[in-house]
Design a binder for this molecule. Structure first.
Ligand SMILES: [Zn+2]
Ligand SMILES: [Zn+2]
Length: 392
């Protein structure tokens, strides 16, 4: 039983590390060990490493590490792109090596040898499209079309100039400090793509996420069917039933079947577990971005709205305490009020609850419009690209 326990532990540790690293800062993990692992992986471990390098090799070495960090995290670089291509090709290579001998099998036809390659090729194509497409770079020549496509809402966006590009900043745009350019309908800078995700390539990014989720699902199901086919072809269930003298019941046989599978096809099971974990993470990430697309919000705007809401909340609190202070001063100076008014005041709504804060997203024009806007960006529509005719 040793091999399968190693595999189970491997799966659990991988899941814990990946979930902690990617999702540990989420509110649901607040105060848990997952949050602590996240902080250790994202900053704690690196701080210890820097201190260790400084103490053992001196400040020159720690400065060298800092400049490597600057190149990796603050400058455009293809490290994660190479990493993505490496993971994809290695995973596909191991799948081919360990499963193609059983395709065609009992449940899978020979066509999956070609469709799997096609599916991976489409994935790479979407990756290249997202990585090398223009996210909506704003320059002095096209700024007017972005300004007309995205009017200021005067809530989270007001008329402003980019201090680096020295051009007017259209609403929903942001200056990406890594790429050093202003990008329209800026979502985020994606290290995996080495590109910003903005107005013109959000569609490719969404297609990339969805396709890679489906790719993981396809891989997991296909490996499951290969293994099920092997069980059927080798009559494993029948042999195990006879060997152990167990009745043909699922609960009685399942541990023996699992043991046999783990002993005979551990590489395939390892790949299936890896694909299932990555697939779940991709599904979560796609779901989050799909919700943003449906409500016509960007990742950048979610931070802006959070800032706006907390500022409004503080403003309401200040107003409420000022009103309470005024009331107590006037209460002290005027004659005593009848007891009934105190009771009424007690049951009245708190002034804090009076100022309802609403997130009024003027760019949200309904699900259908919002999705069409992602697929067919506003600034590429003729109504915004044509020069406006001056009234005569
Ligand atoms: Zn700029
Ligand atoms: Zn960028």
């Amino acid at each position: 039983m040793a091999v399968q326990w190693v595999l189970v532990c491997h799966g659990l540790v991988t899941l814990l590390v990946v979930v902690s690293f990617l999702c540990g800062q989420w509110p649901i993990f607040q105060g848990t060990f997952i949050e602590r692992i996240h902080f250790f992986l994202t900053s704690g471990a690196y701080d210890y490493f820097l201190r260790f390098v400084g103490a053992v090799f001196g400040s020159k070495c720690s400065n060298a590490v800092l400049s490597v960090e600057y190149y990796c995290c603050d400058r455009p670089n293809p490290i994660l792109q190479i990493f993505y291509l490496g993971i994809l090709s290695m995973t596909y290579y191991f799948i081919v090596k360990s499963s193609f001998a059983y395709i065609p099998g009992y449940y899978l036809s020979g066509i999956h040898r070609y469709t799997s390659l096609l599916a991976v090729a489409v994935g790479i194509l979407l990756f290249l499209l997202t990585s090398f497409s223009d996210p909506g770079t704003i320059n002095s020549a096209n700024v007017s079309q972005y300004l007309s496509a995205y009017p200021y809402d005067n809530i989270i966006y007001a008329e402003k100039e980019c201090s680096t590009c020295k051009i007017q900043k259209p609403a929903r745009s942001k200056h990406c400090s890594i790429c050093d350019r202003c990008v329209a309908r800026f979502d985020h800078h994606c290290g995996w793509m080495n590109n910003c995700i903005g107005e013109r390539n959000t569609r490719y990014f969404m297609a990339f996420l969805l396709w890679h989720f489906l790719l993981c699902l396809y891989g997991t199901v296909a490996i499951g069917l290969v293994l099920a086919g092997r069980l059927k072809e080798l009559r494993v269930v029948y042999i195990l039933t006879v060997y152990y003298g167990i009745e043909n019941s699922f609960l009685g046989l399942a541990p023996h079947v699992a043991q046999w599978l783990l002993g005979s096809y551990n590489t395939l099971i390892l790949i299936a577990v890896f694909l299932a974990i990555v697939g779940m993470l991709l599904a979560g990430f796609f779901g989050y971005h799909a919700k943003l697309c449906l409500t016509n919000t960007t990742t950048n705007e979610t931070f802006k709205w959070q800032e706006y809401m907390s500022w409004q909340r503080k403003l309401n609190e200040a107003k409420a305490s000022a009103a309470a202070l005024r009331a107590s001063i006037s209460g002290m100076s005027s004659d005593r009020k009848p007891l009934l008014s105190k009771w009424r005041a007690f049951f009245q709504r708190s002034p804090l609850q009076d100022g309802q804060i609403v997130q009024n997203n003027v760019y949200d024009k309904g699900f259908v419009h919002n999705v069409v806007e992602v697929i067919y960006p506003l600034s590429s529509r003729p109504s915004f690209t044509r020069p406006k005719l001056k009234p005569t």
